[in-house]
Design a protein around this ligand. Structure first.
Ligand SMILES: Cc1ncc(COP(=O)(O)O)c(C=O)c1O
Length: 375
């Protein structure tokens, strides 16, 4: 329950996140799904997304209705042969989820698990691929949003390529903010969604897949609606989505891509997020909060902080205090210890981070007193 109506709402969450008015305004129009205008729009976003990944010569983008997990599930079941074996590189929730999806699909899974505060070691991947000839595919989470850690995509991609296996990358919370160049970093498929670093609204995700593999993947999927191959064939046949598209959401993504371009592309967006991250971490440390990751590890899209052990801190109370001031943060997802997360992505800048910090500072001043007088 809100104590007071906040003056503004800042979603400092890893998606859905704060969007611009321009993006939200794009929702305010009806589109015929089979109409030429919408077909053109769909074609445009597919092309733009492939270009952002630097993969226009080799890959194609297949949008899919739903959240990011729908696209992950579609990728696993379409691009992996039914007899395939997937090596999942795990250092957080989203890696664990990939392993879980693959098991549910009834496909063979091997794992490498690192602690949540350590990046995946490319040498360990090298050894695993050398030792297990049955592995056909490798899955990596680029930025593991559980902690915000950045995994070494380029080095791992080189290892996987050297062993001639396929690489499936969950780039959900990095695509649009961290440079990924398909020309230099060989990947078979890269998965992301509209509502993270592209700063659009939720409802559509997409897979940037290598056409050579995609065209051999007919019949792999065991689901009708999550069959990426069929989805791709439909787009190629007449430019239309197979099933009802989230028309407004696709239009908003197109507008969000305009704004990514006018901001200066991925490099400029990444720099804004990095600045947000640096200010956030510096100021939170000054207030006595301890970042979970060592300084060289984060992708700078969100920061994870350890929950203070002192009695005055209680996450629910902290969350509600910030929420009443219009600042929405995320609870932690670490398996090992209590934590919370503050996102640096979305249509926010340093001033917004400082606004959030002022609310945190107010909490740190008042909470110990409130608790002491209650106790
Ligand atoms: C790295 C990563 N993968 C997958 C997902 C799942 O996406 P969704 O919640 O949109 O299904 C998320 C969501 O935060 C994520 O950060």
């Amino acid at each position: 329950m809100l104590e007071t109506a906040p003056v503004k709402t800042l979603l400092l969450t890893p998606g859905p996140l704060t969007t611009t008015e321009m993006t939200r305004a794009a929702l305010n129009r009806d589109w015929g799904a089979r109409d030429g205008d919408f077909i053109e729009l769909s074609k445009r976003i597919r092309r733009r997304l492939t270009e952002i990944a630097g993969a226009a010569d080799t890959h194609t983008t297949i949008p899919i209705q739903g959240s990011g997990t729908f696209a992950v599930e579609a990728t696993l079941q379409t691009l992996m042969p039914r007899s395939g074996r997937l090596l999942v590189l795990i250092n957080g929730t989203y890696g664990r989820r990939i392993a879980e999806i693959t098991r549910r699909l009834g496909r063979s899974v091997a794992t490498i698990t690192a602690p949540e505060n350590q990046a995946i070691d490319p040498m360990a991947v090298d050894r695993a691929l050398a030792d297990d000839a049955a592995i056909t595919d490798v899955a990596l989470v680029h930025c593991e949003t559980t902690s915000g850690i950045l995994n070494p995509l380029e080095s791992i991609a080189c290892v996987v390529c050297r062993h001639s296996r396929r690489l499936l990358v969950d780039a959900m919370s990095s695509f649009g903010a961290l440079p990924i160049d398909g020309g230099r970093t060989p990947f078979t498929a890269l998965i992301a969604s509209a509502n993270k670093c592209l700063e659009s609204v939720p409802g559509v995700a997409f897979v940037i897949a290598e056409v050579g593999y995609l065209s051999q993947s007919a019949g792999n999927a065991t689901s009708l609606s999550l069959d990426l191959y069929d989805q791709w064939r439909a787009f190629e046949a007449d430019g239309q989505w197979r099933f009802t598209p989230p028309v407004q959401v696709v239009a908003a993504l197109d507008k969000a891509l305009d704004q990514l371009e006018s901001e200066g592309g991925v490099a400029a967006r990444g720099a804004r997020y990095r600045r947000n991250y640096e200010v956030l971490v510096e100021e939170m440390k000054a207030l006595g909060f301890e970042p979970y990751l060592q300084p060289e590890l984060p992708a700078c899209v969100l920061a994870t902080f350890r929950e203070p052990r002192e009695k005055w801190f209680e996450f629910e109370q902290f969350y509600n205090f910030l929420r009443n001031r219009g600042v929405v943060i995320y609870p932690g997802k670490l398996a090992a210890e209590p934590s919370f997360r503050i996102g640096c992505i979305g249509a926010i800048d340093e001033a917004d981070i400082r606004y959030a910090i002022a609310a945190v500072a107010e909490f740190t001043r008042s909470a110990p007193l409130t608790r002491a007088s209650a106790g």
